[in-house]
Design a protein around this ligand. Structure first.
Ligand code: BG6
Length: 469
């Protein structure tokens, strides 16, 4: 068979990478920053706390220079809400404004477009005490915070992301350290989906506000999307895959794009007495907020089989699925290999996911995360030979190009992560960066930056606009 002619990457394709404030910045209580839920949580045993991280707060110039050296056209980072508003609302912290203003200017000076996530797993601790997303006022808190960001940075930031992985906040909040359920709550599922509803309303309002205040800027959501496969062609397994696809993926994108609750999720909530309460005007708000593009994080697909009512409802993380009795249960996919941290690797699933998302929503897509967590080793001569990471990324980029050839409109690719940082629950030892940071979980060492092999590889990928892999 003749080889397929591939479409090229668009000429202005946004190559870059991502980080998040609470995982990379450090300086957790410095220069007026208030604590976030991440600063007050109990970190998993054997992992570092989040006080220093990669200390980007004090190294941002050096880090941006290294990104520029790789040829980044975009840097996706998040703003720590409690660095801007230490109390969550009210008084603005001038030092926080100054830090992000400097970071944005440094990016622009280096011809790097800032792609700013407004909220990445780090609700101000003071607001958590007031109920966090359970409190209906959280909608106003978030809109107020967004307005501050638009006021101070909107002249220079043209691409915004609302909430990172709202689906993971809802599904695996306990694992990522964000779960906050008021004492005495009887129906936890209802409470969690009420929080989710508040986030959805807040996001819709913020997208509308962005269009009003910054007509030349673009805004989109950033959920973690991965196609769910059925374990077999048994019809019940197909139903299970539809269930998990709806609960994990489509709820969030149906809402962000069309302003409507996914019908499968709605009936699941109804059966569990967990339908969220709407306030007057919510329905209209949800349909008025529209994204300009879809950002999503992709690590791997999931595979599920039919589950009966006795199936165990185990714990899970962002990629390990879990079980909902009667709805679906996650199973291993025998066709996929796994990372050292046991996440499945599915580059073809990346193409499948891109095709599915685009055909459902027909909006341009930017990948806001994709990457491989591994135990990297720094050699005595200051090198990191991470061929496994190059292999992972190469395979995913090949599939992304196939998706473009399939007609998927892609605007950018930001793997996780630009630089080593602290994992959500597996510490510093689970590294993702192109840049190695010389520290361990409990020894801050030199904090020096080293270019990994993947750094040089990605540099040439960008320089050739994806032709040389
Ligand atoms: C995503 C998050 O879930 O995956 C990031 O948006 C996170 O914050 C990344 O770090 C990788 O996950 P982990 O658990 O390996 O850090």
């Amino acid at each position: 068979m003749e080889e397929r002619k591939l479409s090229p990457f668009p000429s202005k394709f946004l190559w870059g990478a991502s980080t998040s404030a609470y995982q990379v910045e450090g300086a957790s209580l410095v220069d007026g920053k208030g604590p976030s839920c991440q600063d007050v949580k109990k970190v998993p045993e054997g992992t570092s706390d989040l006080t220093v991280c990669s200390d980007q707060y004090h190294h941002y110039k050096e880090d941006v220079a290294l990104m520029a050296e790789m040829g980044f056209r975009v840097y996706r980072f998040s703003i720590a809400w409690s660095r801007i508003l230490p109390e969550g609302t009210g008084e603005i912290n001038p030092k926080g404004i100054e830090y992000y203003s400097n970071l944005i200017n440094e990016c622009l000076k280096n011809h790097i477009i800032p792609l700013v996530t407004m909220y990445h797993f780090d609700m101000p601790a003071v607001l958590e005490k007031r109920g966090g997303w359970s409190n209906r006022d959280s909608v106003d808190w978030f809109v107020n915070y967004a307005k501050v960001l638009f006021d101070y940075f909107g002249d220079r930031v043209k691409y915004w992301l609302t909430i990172n992985e709202q689906n993971m906040l809802t599904l695996v909040g306990a694992t990522i350290g964000t779960l906050n359920i008021p004492a005495g709550t009887k129906n936890v599922l209802k409470e969690v989906y009420q929080q989710n509803h508040h986030m959805l309303v807040a996001q819709a309002k913020v997208m509308e506000l962005c269009h009003k205040m910054l007509p030349n800027s673009k805004i989109g959501p950033a959920p973690n999307i991965s196609l769910v496969y059925p374990a077999s062609c048994k019809p019940e397994d197909i139903t299970a895959a539809q269930n998990f696809n709806a609960i994990r993926n489509w709820l969030y994108l149906d809402m962000a794009v069309n302003g409507k609750y996914n019908n499968l999720v709605w009936s699941y909530l109804k059966e569990n007495n967990a339908i969220p309460e709407f306030r007057d005007g919510d329905e209209e708000t949800l349909t008025n907020g529209r994204p300009d593009f879809i950002g999503f994080n992709y690590y791997s697909t999931s595979t599920v089989a039919a589950a009966d009512l006795n199936d165990f409802n185990g714990t899970s993380d962002q990629q390990s699925g879990g079980t909902v009795p009667g709805m679906y249960k996650t199973v291993n996919n025998p066709y996929l290999s796994r990372t050292e941290f046991n996440w499945e690797i599915d580059p073809v699933g990346f193409r499948n996911t891109l095709r599915e998302v685009y055909s459902r929503y027909r909006l341009p897509i930017i990948i806001t995360e994709n990457g491989l967590g591994a135990y990297d080793k720094l050699t005595e001569t200051g090198e990191v030979h991470d061929s496994y990471r190059i292999d992972y990324l190469r395979k995913h980029i090949i599939q992304m190009r196939l998706a473009i050839t399939d007609g998927v409109e892609m605007i950018g690719y930001c793997p996780w992560s630009a630089i080593d940082l602290i994992s959500t629950h597996e510490g510093m030892r689970k590294r993702y960066g192109f840049i190695y940071v010389d520290r361990d979980d409990f020894d801050l060492k030199t904090m020096k930056r080293y270019r990994k092999d993947s750094f040089y590889w990605y540099k040439q990928v960008i320089a050739s606009n994806g032709e040389i892999l």
